[in-house]
Design a protein around this ligand. Structure first.
Ligand code: MSP
Length: 524
């Protein structure tokens, strides 16, 4: 990743054969997905697609978090065993990812054998080396968050995260010597500024660690639904200790040495801000204790809110992503979520904002550009793509902007600034629409200036081709449709490299008239 960035900085876009490993949080199966969950996954998917298009060997992992008291309770309420419940609940997640065009390479479930094995192995190892020890735990515990909270963090006696009642638990428990590694972790975070992103989250984590990290309880005896502690069957392993290990068990740890070597350490863990301490404190410390390299980046997103409150099933504030996809299409939803806010910040979800983006950016700007161009091609040339003659000043200027886009977009993507990448692409979409008015193909046609008309249309088509390539990570389906409308056949083999050359279209291919990419939505 860094290598490619250096090359880009020199203006020399180089493709690489490096591997790239990106993960999403694994989602609890006690509930069905809402749009907030979709967000982390869409970000990870966009990064995975971008890396595949720059010739990386990608492993994109998502999955489900199936153990713990919360899942056990949800299963009991439905009269099912926890495993039966998990088997049923995994369906809606996989279905949503399919509808959202999420191109994961592997889907890990924490009840799978490969995972259970890895967790038990790690627990045993840490115990044997003295980093896990037995003691007693007493404290306030929130079942919903599966977390103990110190008294000082409670809000009016309730869970600071979800506001539910907490219980006082006293139980025998195994503890993980988190405190032992805090200085080593602090040093790592300070030395590696891009390890935790965005920066303001990094600073929060630094102050948290400087405040002192307590050893954490990593086993439970009060319920059964978890991975048994290998040497003590009264205990099940704490769900977070279990869940974090998915990032290892999902990339071949213990079972596929070659895969593991190829992909670990992970390049990016995409997570929400509420689970940053688990990922930026506990997880790295687990890895340090094991002598395993740390992930390169932990990217914490903000929350999607509704009426200022986090969208959350448990609070009854939900947006059903399935309905949005049915109404607007997966690409429009993906575009909206990625374009509307910068990663890291919270965003208020409104129907109006979504419709506005859809109408303005997608229907008017991109959709119209493609639609007008294809319609003119059919009208003037029966759709057959002509060769360009000599480019005039206007054409050269548009061509240069389109060709520069690859570098600008790639730099933004390397910084994981997907929003900026989209802003830059839409700058050229706007430029191309303006060019149509400036070049006025209809005047050229009327005046019989056919050679120049050919040049104008080819310039537009090439610009659209480049735009089509560069939007692929965010809007794969739209990109494919654009490709088809351009009469090109090789979409599956297109890569970002194809956006650095002009004249990439097959001359003589016939553009195809199609439905507008994005119909305008009237606000009811
Ligand atoms: N199972 C744990 C994660 C374990 S990872 C080793 C978990 N699961 S979750 O299903 O509750 O949440 C998964 C992710 O969805 C979290 O990163 C959380 O931040 C994210 N989101 C849940 N609601 C959200 C919004 N309203 N907005 C954005 N993301 C939010 O936590």
């Amino acid at each position: 990743m860094r290598k490619i960035y250096k090359n880009l900085a020199k203006g020399d876009f180089n493709l690489s054969n490096e591997s790239f490993y990106v993960t999403t949080p694994i989602y609890y199966v006690n509930d069905v997905p809402h749009i907030g969950h979709g967000y982390s996954t869409i970000i990870a998917d966009t990064l995975a697609r971008y890396k595949r298009l720059t010739d990386h060997n990608v492993l994109f992992l998502t999955g489900t978090d199936e153990h713990g008291q919360k899942v056990e309770k949800a299963a009991r309420e439905r009269g099912l065993s926890p495993q039966e419940h998990a088997d049923l609940m995994v369906g809606p997640w996989k279905e949503l990812w399919a509808k959202l065009e999420v191109s994961y390479d592997d889907f890990i479930r924490t009840t799978q054998e490969r995972h259970v094995k890895a967790v038990q192995h790690i627990f045993q190892k840490l115990y044997e080396q003295g980093d896990i020890y037995k003691s007693f735990y007493e404290g306030w515990y929130c079942i919903h968050e599966e977390t103990f909270y110190p008294e000082s963090q409670l809000v009016e006696g309730c869970c600071p995260e979800c506001g539910r009642e907490v219980e006082w638990l006293k139980e025998e428990s195994y503890f993980f010597k988190t405190s032992k590694y805090q200085n080593q972790l602090l040093e790592h975070i300070k030395k590696n500024p891009s390890f935790i992103q965005p920066d303001f989250r990094r600073n929060e984590v630094i102050s948290f660690i400087e405040g002192g990290v307590q050893d954490i309880s990593v086993s439970r005896t009060t319920f059964k639904w978890g991975i048994p502690v290998p040497f003590d069957s009264d205990h099940v392993i704490y769900v977070w200790f279990d869940a974090l290990i998915n990032y290892l068990s999902g990339c071949g740890f213990l079972i596929d040495e070659e895969k593991y070597r190829k992909f670990w350490p992970a390049d990016v863990h995409v997570i929400g801000k509420d689970i940053i301490r688990f990922h930026a404190v506990i997880w790295p410390i687990m890895l340090m204790a094991l002598g395993i390299e740390l992930p390169k980046k932990i990217l914490a997103t903000g929350f999607w809110t509704l009426g200022g409150e986090k969208i959350s099933k448990s609070k009854g504030i939900v947006i059903d992503p399935n309905r949005l996809i049915e109404e607007f299409g997966a690409d429009a939803v993906r575009y909206f979520l990625l374009r509307e806010i910068s990663i890291g910040l919270d965003g208020e979800f409104t129907y109006e904002a979504l419709v506005r983006r859809l109408n303005d950016d997608l229907a008017n700007d991109l959709g119209n550009l493609v639609h007008r161009t294809v319609a003119m091609m059919i009208k003037y040339f029966n759709g057959e793509i002509p060769e360009a003659g000599e480019l005039g000043q206007l054409e050269v200027s548009l061509k240069n902007e389109a060709l520069e886009l690859l570098q600008v977009v790639s730099e933004s993507m390397e910084r994981v600034d997907i929003r900026e990448a989209l802003v830059q692409i839409w700058r050229v979409v706007g430029r191309a629409n303006k060019y149509i008015d400036e070049a006025s193909p209809w005047v050229l046609a009327r005046e019989g200036k056919i050679d120049h008309l050919k040049t104008v249309m080819r310039t537009l088509l090439e610009t659209i081709r480049i735009i089509g390539i560069l939007i692929t990570p965010v809007m794969p389906d739209t990109a494919r449709k654009i490709w088809e409308q351009l009469g090109q056949t090789n979409f599956a083999s297109v890569t970002f490299k194809d956006a650095r050359k002009w004249d990439g279209l097959v001359t003589g291919a016939v553009v195809k008239k199609a439905q507008p990419l994005f119909p305008r939505i009237e606000l009811g």
